[in-house]
Ligand binder design. Structure first.
Ligand SMILES: CC(C)(COP(=O)(O)OP(=O)(O)OC[C@H]1O[C@@H](n2cnc3c(N)ncnc32)[C@H](O)[C@@H]1OP(=O)(O)O)[C@@H](O)C(=O)NCCC(=O)NCCS
Length: 174
C-alpha cells in the first residue's frame, strides 16, 4: 500500500494514548456522520485499546483515527469500530494506510480477518473496506447485522449496520 509521496513523509502514525482522547472526540464530531460517543469513551478507548487503534498526525494535528479491538470470541479477527479522516485529508489513501499499519503491528500478528459494520448509505466507508479486500487480494463478505429496530428510539432513526468481513488475510500480504 502506498500513499502519495507527500503524505508518506508528512504523516506520523502511532498508537493513541489517553492524551489523544479529546482530539479524537473532536475529529469524530467533525465527521458529522459517525455516532459521536461520550468523551469519556474516547479517553478510555485511547488508553486501553491503544495496541489495536491508531492516530495519524500532521504538524501536531490529529487528522486520522481508527478504533479497533480483537474480538474476544475470535482473537484472529480485528474489529474496526470507527474510522475517521479529517475532510482536508480524504481521498489520498490515509484510511487504507492506517488499516495497513494496524495489521502490521505485533499485536495483530495472529489477525487474519478484519470486520467492520457499515451503514448502506455510507459509500466512502463501503469503498474503503471493499478496496482493502482487493488490495489484500482476499474476499469481502457482507451480511445483515444490526437493523434499525435493534436501536433504541431516538430523535433520528438509526440506519441498519451491515457486517463486512474481509479475509482470510495472508501474512505475506499484510
Ligand atoms: C470513510 C473515510 C474514513 C475514508 O477515508 P480516506 O482516507 O478518504 O479513504 P482512502 O483514501 O483510503 O480510500 C479508500 C477507498 O475508498 C474510496 N473512497 C474514498 N472516499 C470516497 C468517496 N467519497 N466516495 C466513494 N469512494 C471513496 C477510495 O477511492 C478508495 O478506493 P480504492 O481502494 O478502490 O482506490 C473518510 O471518508 C471519512 O472519515 N468519512 C467520514 C467518517 C466515516 O464515514 N467513517 C467510516 C465509517 S466507520
Amino acid at each position: 500500500m502506498t500513499l502519495t509521496v507527500e503524505m508518506e513523509s508528512d504523516f506520523h502514525f502511532r498508537e493513541p494514548s489517553k492524551d489523544d482522547g479529546a482530539s479524537v472526540w473532536e475529529l469524530i464530531k467533525d465527521t458529522k456522520v459517525l455516532d459521536l460517543n461520550s468523551s469519556y469513551s474516547y479517553l478510555m478507548w485511547c488508553d486501553i485499546f491503544s495496541e489495536t487503534s491508531i492516530v495519524a498526525e500532521k504538524d501536531g494535528k490529529t487528522l486520522g483515527f481508527i478504533s479497533g479491538y480483537k474480538n474476544p470470541n475470535n482473537p484472529n479477527k480485528l474489529f474496526i469500530w470507527q474510522v475517521a479522516v479529517d475532510a482536508s485529508a480524504r481521498g489520498n489513501g490515509l484510511a487504507t494506510k492506517m488499516l495497513y499499519q494496524l495489521l502490521k503491528r505485533r499485536a495483530c500478528k495472529e489477525i487474519n480477518y478484519v470486520e467492520a459494520t457499515v451503514s448502506p448509505s455510507n459509500h466512502p466507508s463501503q469503498s474503503l473496506f471493499k478496496g482493502l479486500a482487493k488490495k489484500l487480494d482476499t474476499g469481502c463478505h457482507i451480511r445483515d447485522y444490526f437493523i434499525t429496530e435493534d436501536f433504541p428510539d431516538e430523535e433520528e432513526e438509526h440506519e441498519d449496520e451491515l457486517l463486512f468481513t474481509i479475509g482470510p488475510i495472508a501474512t505475506k500480504n499484510k
